[in-house]
Design a protein around this ligand. Structure first.
Ligand code: PMP
Length: 360
């Protein structure tokens, strides 16, 4: 019924929905703590809420197919031109659009072991070949990725910080990598978690765009900006590259509510600062508990931490029975690792309490 390369795709496994667990376990939805999808525990930015209320009045109309107002805000914030921007229905849409634009059967694309699961999906969805490069200490091995580039390679995906491992590539290492990638190969630098980085380790990736016409920087409103449910992301690239991707983009891929909320979220610098501060606090709370309990974890630069246990399947079942949803990493070939997103202090505390009881 479908080409072999479609049948070969392992389906993406999202975090278990609260409603489903509530029904399975006979728990009240309000008692469930979901720390499974790297969402912002503070909820919507207040400015986005106000923008959404205003945008509801216009829902009988189509969205602006070019996303003019949102692009204007992005252009101003990042000092780029409108024609360098691609808007996506979440950054997943961007990743898939980039694959559809630049890859076809007979091509290949490079990504790292333990990198974000959507890269292999996007590559396979167009019948191209996946080149998965072994990770180094759970992070991207840039030298090995460089060496893996073949004449038929058109794309390289780099996640920085990476999900689910939280590893970070420092600006110097990334820059050296970009300098060595052949210009005919596009590099997708996925920076979904970049807002959480302290300035000392953050790359000037957007500044690099003028130097590297083969660089595509991908960002999202789903994490620090708190709009995961609305689905908005964007890419910045050389105008020729952005123009090609925009040819394949569906004109109304980002709906009106999402456009309005994202534009307002960019202006809500107070919310962003609170999100980042809360994340720093929560990270200390979780890693402090892992240390106390003697559980190894991967130091993370995102809004989540991956930790290792003797039997992740059993621990996950225990957490679920007690109304705590985290992400099993078996689909990432890390069968004894779980990833927990950073929540509100009381949500983190609940996770720690149930974890501690399980380890007993
Ligand atoms: N890239 C990375 C590294 C991610 O972790 C995620 C979210 N899990 C995404 C992209 C996609 O996020 P969204 O589609 O919500 O923008």
């Amino acid at each position: 019924l479908a080409p072999d390369y479609v049948r070969a795709i392992a389906p993406y496994q999202p975090g278990k929905p609260i409603g489903e667990l509530a029904r399975e376990m006979g728990l009240a939805e309000a008692s469930i703590v979901k720390l499974a999808s790297n969402e912002n525990p503070l909820g919507l930015p207040p400015k986005a809420r106000a923008a959404l209320e205003a945008a509801v009045a216009d829902l009988a109309r189509y969205p602006d197919g070019n996303g003019f107002a949102l692009k204007d805000r992005i252009a101003e914030r990042f000092a780029v031109g409108h024609d360098t921007i691609v808007l996506g229905n979440g950054s997943n849409d961007i990743l898939e659009l980039v694959a559809r634009t630049f890859l076809q059967a007979g091509d290949s694309a490079v990504y790292s072991e333990y990198a974000f699961a959507v890269y292999p999906l996007a590559i396979q969805s167009v019948g191209a070949e996946r080149i998965e490069v072994k990770a180094r200490e759970y992070g991207h091995d840039l030298d090995a990725m460089l060496a893996a580039i073949r004449p038929d390679t058109k794309l390289v995906f780099v996640a920085n910080p990476n999900n689910p491992t939280g590893t970070l590539l420092k600006p110097g290492a990334l820059l050296e990598f970009l300098e060595q990638v052949p210009e005919r190969v596009l590099v997708v630098l996925d920076e979904a978690y970049t807002e959480y980085l302290p300035s000392e380790v953050a790359s000037d990736s957007i500044g690099w765009l003028t130097r590297f016409p083969n660089l595509i920087v991908s960002r999202t409103f789903s994490k620090a900006y708190g709009l995961a449910g609305l689905r908005v992301g964007f890419a910045l690239a050389h105008r020729e590259v952005a123009g090609l991707v925009n040819r394949l983009r569906q004109p109304f891929n980002v709906n009106s509510l999402a456009q309005a909320a994202a534009a307002a979220a960019l202006d809500d610098t107070d919310f962003l600062a609170r999100s980042v501060a809360l994340n720093r606090q929560g990270m200390a709370q979780l890693t402090g508990a892992f240390q106390r309990l003697g559980l190894p974890y991967i130091p993370s630069w995102g809004n989540f931490v991956t930790f290792h246990v003797a039997d992740a399947k059993a621990l996950n079942a225990h957490l679920l029975r007690n109304g705590v949803i985290v992400r099993p990493l078996a689909p990432y070939n890390m069968p004894n690792s779980l990833r927990v997103s950073i929540g509100l202090p009381e949500e983190n505390a609940r996770f720690i309490e149930v974890l501690e009881a399980a380890l007993g």
